[in-house]
Ligand binder design. Structure first.
Ligand code: GUN
Length: 294
C-alpha cells in the first residue's frame, strides 16, 4: 500500500479563495487588512520566513508593514514599537518574528502585544482561551494541521493521536486543539518527547502520528502502525552536494519508507509548510473583521 498524499498547497488554496472573498467585503467597507511584522536582527532563516509572509500579503491585497531593526535593539525599544502598533487602529495583526536576540526576553515581548492583534496566538491570554475552546485565534501551524485533517476528512473522533514534540508553538497547542470536543478533533492525545520511556511502543499505537521534533528522518517505518495517518512538521536542512544550494529539506519522518505503511502522509516540502502562512493570513483577516465589530 502506498499512502495518499496530504498536500498543504491544495488545502491552503481552498482557504485562500475564502479569504479573498472576506478581504473584498472588508475593502468594500473601506478597511484594508494590515499585518505588521517586526524583525530584529538578520537571522537568515527568519528573513526567508518574513519575506514569504510579505509576498503572501501582497498577493492577497493585505497591507504588509515591515519593521526591520538591528540585532542590538533594546527590549524597551522593541516594546515601545509594539505599543505604537497596538494603538494604531489601521494595524490589525502584529507579529514579532522569533527567535529574538538573547538579550531580549521573548515572553515579555509577546505579552506586550494586544491579544486582539496577536495573530501568531502566542499571548498567554489567547493560549488560555484556546485551552477552554473559546479562542479567537489559534496558533498557525497547529491550526493548519487541523484544517488539513478537516479538508481530507480524516477520522479523529476517539482516535489515538500521538504528538512527538512539546514546543509552545506546535506540540502543546496542537495537543489542546486535538482534545477539544468538535469536528475534526475529539481525539485521545498522547504527547511524547525524545526522553519518553517506551517511545517507540507509544508511537506504534498512533492512529494519527504528528511529528514536530526537528530531527531529520528520525521516524522510521518500523515505528509506524500499518494504516496510520502521518503528519510531518519537520523542516530540516541536510547537506546534498547535488542540490542547487548544497542542501535539501527533509522532514522528521523517513518519507520514502513510511509512505509504504501509512494510509496518508504529508510530504516535506509541500505538506504542512504552506499551511502556516495560510493560517497567519486567516488570523489577520479575522483580526480585521473583529476590529469592524468593535
Ligand atoms: N519563528 C518560527 N516560526 C514562527 C512563527 O510562527 N511566528 C513567529 N513570529 N516567529 C516564528
Amino acid at each position: 500500500m502506498t499512502a495518499d498524499l496530504i498536500l498543504g498547497k491544495e488545502v491552503s488554496e481552498a482557504i485562500y479563495s475564502n479569504l479573498r472573498e472576506r478581504i473584498d467585503v472588508l475593502k468594500a467597507k473601506g478597511i484594508e487588512p494590515c499585518l505588521a511584522v517586526i524583525m530584529v536582527g538578520d537571522d537568515p532563516a527568519s528573513l526567508v520566513y518574513v519575506n514569504m509572509k510579505d509576498k503572501k500579503c501582497r498577493e492577497l491585497g493585505v497591507k504588509s508593514l515591515q519593521q526591520h531593526v538591528p540585532a542590538d535593539t533594546s527590549q524597551e525599544e522593541l516594546i515601545s514599537m509594539i505599543r505604537k502598533l497596538n494603538d494604531d487602529d489601521s494595524v490589525h495583526g502584529i507579529l514579532v518574528q522569533l527567535p529574538l536576540p538573547a538579550h531580549i526576553d521573548q515572553s515579555e515581548v509577546i505579552k506586550a502585544i494586544n491579544p486582539a492583534k496577536d495573530v501568531d496566538c502566542f499571548h498567554p491570554f489567547n493560549l488560555g482561551n484556546m485551552v477552554i475552546g473559546e479562542a479567537d485565534f489559534l496558533p498557525a501551524t497547529p491550526a493548519g494541521i487541523h484544517q488539513m485533517i478537516l479538508h481530507y476528512g480524516i477520522a479523529t473522533k476517539g482516535k489515538h493521536v500521538v504528538i512527538v514534540g512539546r514546543s509552545n508553538i506546535v506540540g502543546k497547542p496542537l495537543a489542546n486543539i486535538m482534545m477539544q470536543k468538535g469536528e475534526g478533533v475529539d481525539a485521545t492525545v498522547t504527547v511524547v518527547n525524545s526522553r519518553t520511556e517506551r517511545f517507540e511502543d507509544i508511537i506504534r499505537m498512533a492512529d494519527i502520528l504528528i511529528v514536530a521534533m526537528g530531527r531529520p528522518r528520525f521516524i522510521t517505518a518500523d515505528m509506524v502502525k500499518e494504516g496510520a495517518v502521518v503528519i510531518d512538521v519537520g523542516t530540516n536542512r541536510i547537506e546534498d552536494p547535488a542540490a542547487k544550494n548544497g542542501y535539501r529539506v527533509v522532514g522528521d519522518v523517513d518519507f520514502e519508507h513510511v509512505k509504504e505503511k501509512a494510509s496518508a502522509i504529508t510530504p516535506v516540502p509541500g505538506g504542512v509548510g504552506p499551511m502556516t502562512i495560510c493560517m497567519l493570513m486567516m488570523n489577520t483577516i479575522k483580526a480585521a473583521e473583529m476590529g469592524v465589530r468593535q
